[in-house]
Design a protein around this ligand. Sequence first.
Ligand SMILES: [Zn+2]
Length: 501
Amino acid sequence: MSGILGVTLRGMEALPVEAEVEITGGLFAISIGGMPDVAVKESKERVRAALRSLGLNLKGRITVNLAPSDIPKEGALLDLPIALGMMKSMGTIKDFPRALFMGELALDGRLRRVRGAVPAAFLARKMSIPLYVPAENASEVALVQGVEAYYADNLAELVMMITGEEKPRPVPPAYIPDLPVNVETDFADIKGQSAAKHAAEIAAAGHHNLLLVGSPGSGKTLIAKAMAGILPPLTDDELVETLLVRSTLGLEMKPGRERPFRTVHFTASTVSVCGGGSNLRPGEVSLAHRGVLFLDEYTEFKRELTESLRAPIEDGEISLSRASGSVKYPARVLLVLAANPCACGYAGDPVIHCKCSQADIERYRRKLSGPIMDRIDLHVQVPRLTPEELLSFAARKQPENSASIRERVVRARKIQAERWKEYGFVCNAEIPEKLVQKCLTLDDSSRSYLVMMSEKLNFSGRGLSRILKVARTIADLSGDENIEKKHLADAMMYRQFYGRS
Ligand SMILES: [Zn+2]
């Protein structure tokens, strides 16, 4: 007895599953074995109704076995192979191509969109066999190069393709050009704030984590949001990684190379941010993979949540586990945090008086410390402008726009990708600790300058590494081959406000 091949998902990986069907005489009953979850068990009714829509009535005792039996089977994506397995067993279809089939069946036989089509396409490519998917999944499968894939709207159409009564409808491969980014918040519309804008540019160029501290109305949230418009385009590999996450969640694919930009509110649950739940789905930190995860009003976040972000921020991936096993999801995010300078919000403000006592301020600053803060490369203050400053900025020429900042960022990213290719990473923030000394060398005068400043400002070893990485990005932005004193000085400027770790 040979079955029909379908897939199930383990994390972002698709695994082949064989649906074997045996029909014997006796009273009508369907049983499904082989560790199916509730959704798979419910497929009995959907499959039965869908087959009835083709004029096929199931009779007798029907046993469906999903092999291998030691892998848990999840979701409705096995409807199609189960239905085809029944048709094979009934003799309705004699010859089946060796292929992967996936899709949920509606009661009228329509094929419904399923999650996991991108991982399934990778599996089909690896197995060198075709993949059949619901029409609604075709656009995402099209983004996987080198896979032979076909799509159908409903079961009847798919059957006619298999039997040769109708020509198969191949999924045409799609190539994604680097379209200009649709800039929603432009840096040209933000007055002043040159230090913060420069920090945002460095962060985007080297994928460095950034903290923006400023009073309400200073524009820190605006600066964070404007970062979306200066991020470099996703490379082919990065595009595939982000596709895998979205496909695993069953989310629509965006047809561009724009990096993800995900904003998390402080009321968000740890599961929604880090992933998990009974089905071990990825969370916001994985949806933001290769892009920005923005935490506004950072000091309002619960400790539990920020603690659980520590590992993914450090490792670039997140492990989730439950009794039946554990899965890993990618989570290489550029973390952007925004916070007020004190509890009342106006410490250091030129106009409004801060109402906090020294003890209040110290208590507040402690919230701005801890495991996440140790992983922030750039700290920058975003002062509220006085009315006088606003007027004088308005009189001056327009600030640089996001498109032109993005050009520099893209150039700097290319230099980094080329430099780190042999090490297997793409940007300066990714340089592992053990390679910092080896890969980020300084000439004698820059070295003694860094040593002198480090003694003066009491930087830790990790703090020094961060300065070196940021200085490397600053040098890349200006196209300089070596890290020089001026790059180091610039990098240090962004580490002096909050914690010198
Ligand atoms: Zn205050």
